[in-house]
Design a protein around this ligand. Structure first.
Ligand code: ZN
Length: 208
């Protein structure tokens, strides 16, 4: 059986003072451009990794593919059938001990985490977005750049593939308690424009 993955704790303190981009799957994701991600580490939730890897980001940008939710298969499988979990091409894979530890066991780099023990979440089922926020803080990042969380910024629970996902509303409500002044939201728009919001969702001029 393939073993072991690296502990996510190896990433703690890795990016001191940087701004971490966290990318969701709202419909605005179709407008994302590489420049909108900034120069810091990027944590991409679930299937949004497809859009981000399609940007062809240049190294040395560090890209992480958060696949906490997994696909439900409980034996090791390299060909993950999940609707959510997608095999990244180059990004470092982040999998949950409780939910996705059997997904893509041979992929490297692959970091295994426990949402409670490693990230300080209240429960193992904590949303992927909040696990990403907690990880960014533990990596030493100074602020967060949250992209394409349209449920939070626009009340839009549509996913980038046009399906509606009611869980996005609950996720959007659960994120703000973890945010701090200096964090900000970006909603990509057509032709490289963006809408920006402070951590408390008050509109702001987007940071470059
Ligand atoms: Zn899987």
């Amino acid at each position: 059986m393939p073993q072991p993955s690296q502990s996510i704790r190896e990433l703690f303190g890795r990016f001191p003072g940087r701004i971490c981009a966290i990318v969701g799957s709202g419909p605005s994701l179709r407008h994302v451009r590489a420049a909108m991600l900034g120069a810091g580490p990027v944590i991409v939730l679930n299937r949004a990794i497809r859009a981000v890897e399609a940007l062809g980001l240049a190294t040395p940008v560090a890209v992480f593919s958060m696949q906490k939710d997994g696909c439900g298969v409980r034996t090791p499988h390299a060909d993950c059938p999940g609707a959510v979990t997608r095999r990244p091409h180059r990004a470092a894979l982040l999998v949950s001990r409780q939910e996705s530890c059997e997904c893509l066991p041979d992929y490297r780099p692959r970091y295994l985490f426990d949402a409670v023990a490693d990230l300080g979440a209240d429960a193992w089922w904590e949303f992927s977005a909040n696990c990403a926020i907690r990880l960014a803080r533990l990596m030493g990042c100074a602020a967060l750049r949250l992209l394409s969380f349209d449920a939070a910024t626009a009340g839009d629970c549509t996913a980038d593939d046009g399906t509606r996902n009611p869980a996005y509303r609950a996720q959007a409500q659960r994120m703000p308690p973890l945010l701090q002044p200096g964090d900000f939201w970006i909603e990509p728009q057509a032709e490289g424009r963006v809408r920006g919001f402070f951590h408390d969702l008050a509109p702001c001029e987007p940071a470059a």
